[in-house]
Design a protein around this ligand. Structure first.
Ligand code: WT7
Length: 686
């Protein structure tokens, strides 16, 4: 074993220690918090030991082209790739950052997800089980039926002039029509941009103005819990706004969601608005595939960064396809008999990669859930697990934490015996939530895949492979095949062994995003300039003596609220748009359920008195401009903000005030006016 270790590439250096441990040293005796996979699970797993992982991992690092070509060849390509497969430059010092995988090959991800699986005999297998908001409201589509629906929409889109490279904005709740719309775009080479249906009209408009879609696809309304939300009204407002910005959209395809709102009650603009049900079903159920280059864009997904303007993360086709399918298969130990449920909304990257593409590329049966996990009560998830005999359940720590506050009787009254793998994503999962998830939900039987990744990475980057890894609650463990995470210090030097610092990635992987739409410079500046030669993730990370990775959260001005990424600058710019707000500074604070909460320091216009009414109106402004999920948890009245002499707000101090760590304020002498700190502290109970 020592020999085989010696051959490991440097990128795998950090796992050597683990390997030594697995091969004999008694890690379990030192480490109480170690959860070993059962023999029963490991013996049936795709990767059943750390040793097997190490073999595959080393190969993926030593010969990425060979490794990914072999996997890539399991997909259908109209034309195969040129020998290079991967070409990358991640170093701004050597010119423009450019990443390419499978360049020159022609394929289609919709064809690979549907047609290819139907040909392989999955035509009558259920592709999607849909569970509505109300109990008993459900539906399903087999692979064949899904393909027919996708083709009808694809044909319709073509008929209205949508073609290869055209953008389509999708603003839909979790109806089957959402993945259908994504796949229909992919089939004809159009670029979808799904906007989470919790975003406000303003946010939607901002995205529309940026990507200039030919069509917006929406539905008239949706019920979330007991509340109806009129999505079409939001789209109407967004389109008024986008028109003002010279981006009029000529067509709004609207799905009638009759359980939420009748057609007649929907506001309508003749000439622009078209009912989905009136047109789409009249189109043929077969639609030829548009073959696209592996490097042609598949979708744009906007995410938050450290400025107010959201970033249009662009993913291309071939590498993303191979990567999402492969990560799905290994990280969840997927088998054809599995029933898979990911609670994420398709409006986020998780819903792209692990509700839609990854699972369907594997021919999996997925559950699409429209409702809320606490409606009609907090047992809903387990009711769904039992109803569909879910085997793989993938969710976010925030949901786990909110459910663990309730009586565990809501869980134990359901059988859950179908479950075999659990997954977590979106933010670090604290060990106590991990334990509850493992012991109560999974009956101490199911490994948990704590998958660390990002909108930008397309797929899992650091994740346990269930069956292979002894788990440490709260650690995302080790890199996926082909990924070389490194921890660097302030100066960008790699640090080895037990350490903590900034998490970077040393190479490219097939699922990596290729640019920020329309702003390659921002792509380079944000991700590749901070530490030259590396992709910078924006996350802090530590590595323990066994080589396990522990993600510690964002180190930039991004807050993670319930797994939703929100830029502090976005919230600030919403607040200052309020006529009575002069200035705002937003920081994240620890929140028991949401992971992080939003804490806003607000300076009012001279002479405006603070009032409860104003507090509400400020919060409402944020809800209106971004969405309800971005509403500040706390508004702190700030006659002045702590600024350096050059005018930069010192957030470090604000974070300490917000979390009441007043003895850790640190050096305040460089402030232009040190007095504001005391002032803020004394006002913190407003
Ligand atoms: C940020 C990315 C990736 C899908 C959902 C969020 C945090 C994500 C984990 C995890 C610790 C995590 C990071 C990352 N994050 N997963 N398993 N453990 N932190 O995608 O909106 O692009 O956010 O979410 O901070 O940078 P996203």
């Amino acid at each position: 074993h020592v020999e085989s270790m010696a051959q490991l590439p440097s990128g795998a250096g950090k796992i050597q220690r683990l390997n030594a441990v697995i091969l004999g040293e008694a890690l379990a005796s030192e480490e109480d918090d170690l959860v070993l996979p059962s023999e029963e699970f490991s013996s049936q797993a795709h990767v059943s030991s750390p040793r097997q992982y190490l073999e595959m991992y080393s190969r993926s690092i030593q010969d990425p082209a060979g490794f990914w070509s072999e996997i890539g060849s399991q997909f259908y390509w109209k034309e195969t790739w040129a020998p290079e497969v991967v070409s990358e430059n991640l170093d701004v010092r050597k010119g423009a950052v450019k990443i390419e995988w499978f360049k020159g090959a022609l394929t289609n991800i919709c064809y690979n997800a549907l047609d290819r699986n139907i040909e392989a005999g999955y035509g009558d297998k259920v592709a999607i089980y849909w569970e509505g908001n109300e109990l008993g409201q459900d539906g399903q589509l087999t692979y064949k039926e899904l393909l027919e629906k996708v083709c009808q929409l694809a044909n319709y889109l073509k008929s209205v002039g949508v073609g290869k490279g055209d953008a389509v904005v999708i603003y839909l709740p979790m109806l089957m029509e959402l993945p259908i719309a994504m796949l229909a775009c992919a089939r004809i080479g159009a670029v979808h941009s799904v906007v989470f249906a919790g975003f406000s009209a303003e946010s939607l408009a901002q995205r529309i103005v940026d990507c200039k879609p030919k069509v917006v696809i929406t539905c008239n309304a949706v019920r979330r819990g007991s509340k109806p939300i009129h999505l079409k009204d939001i789209v109407d407002n967004a389109l008024v706004e986008s028109t003002k910005n010279d981006v009029p959209v000529g067509l709004c395809l609207t799905y009638e969601n009759p359980s939420a709102m009748k057609r007649e009650a929907t506001k309508w603009q003749d000439g622009r608005d078209v009912w989905w049900q009136d047109v789409v079903p009249t189109f043929p159920t077969e639609c030829p595939v548009e073959w696209v280059d592996a490097e042609d864009p598949l979708f744009l997904l906007y995410t938050s960064g450290s400025t107010g303007k959201p970033k249009g993360v662009l993913h291309t086709t071939g590498g993303y396809m191979v990567y999402t399918a492969t990560t799905f298969k290994y990280a969840f130990d997927y088998k054809p008999s599995d029933i898979y449920w990911c609670t994420a909304d398709c409006g986020w990257i998780t819903g792209h990669s692990y509700v839609t593409y990854g699972p369907l590329l594997n021919g999996a049966t997925v559950i699409v859930f429209e409702g809320a996990p606490n409606y009609p009560d907090v047992g809903r998830c387990w009711d769904i697990v039992d109803k569909y005999k879910v085997t793989i359940f993938y969710t976010a720590p925030t949901l786990v934490r909110s459910l663990m506050r309730e009586s565990s009787e809501y869980v134990t009254r359901y059988s859950r015996k179908s479950l075999r793998v659990l997954g977590s994503v979106g933010e670090p999962i604290n060990p106590s939530a991990w334990r509850w998830f493992f012991n109560v939900v999974g009956d101490s039987r199911c490994p948990i895949s704590d998958t660390w990744w990002q909108t930008e990475t397309g797929g899992f980057m650091i994740t346990p492979l269930p069956g292979a890894w002894p788990q440490k609650p709260g650690s995302a463990t080790f890199p996926f095949f082909g990924v070389q995470p490194v921890i660097v210090d302030e100066k960008g030097n790699e640090i080895e062994g037990e350490c903590s610092g900034y998490l970077c990635i040393k190479n490219s992987w097939p699922g990596a995003f290729r640019t920020l739409y329309g702003d390659h410079e921002r792509y380079e500046t944000t991700y590749f300039k901070p530490f030259a030669g590396y992709y910078f993730t924006g996350d802090g990370c530590s590595r323990d003596k066994d080589g396990y990775h522990w993600l510690t959260g964002r180190v930039d001005d991004v807050i993670n609220v319930s797994g939703h990424r929100i830029g502090t600058a976005e919230v600030e710019s919403a607040l200052v748009s309020h006529p009575q707000c002069a200035e705002a500074a937003v920081v994240g604070i620890e929140h028991e359920v949401k992971g992080q909460g939003i804490y806003a320091f607000v300076t009012l216009i001279e002479g405006v008195p603070y009032s409860e009414e104003l507090r509400k109106s400020l919060i409402l402004t944020v809800r209106k401009q971004i969405g309800a999920f971005a509403a500040p948890d706390k508004i702190h009245w700030a006659p002045g903000l702590p600024k350096t002499r050059s005018g930069k707000i010192m957030r470090r101090i604000l974070r300490k005030i917000a979390s009441r760590q007043l003895d850790e304020l640190g050096d305040t002498s460089t402030l232009a006016d040190p007095g504001v700190v005391q002032q803020l502290i004394s006002l913190s109970d407003c």
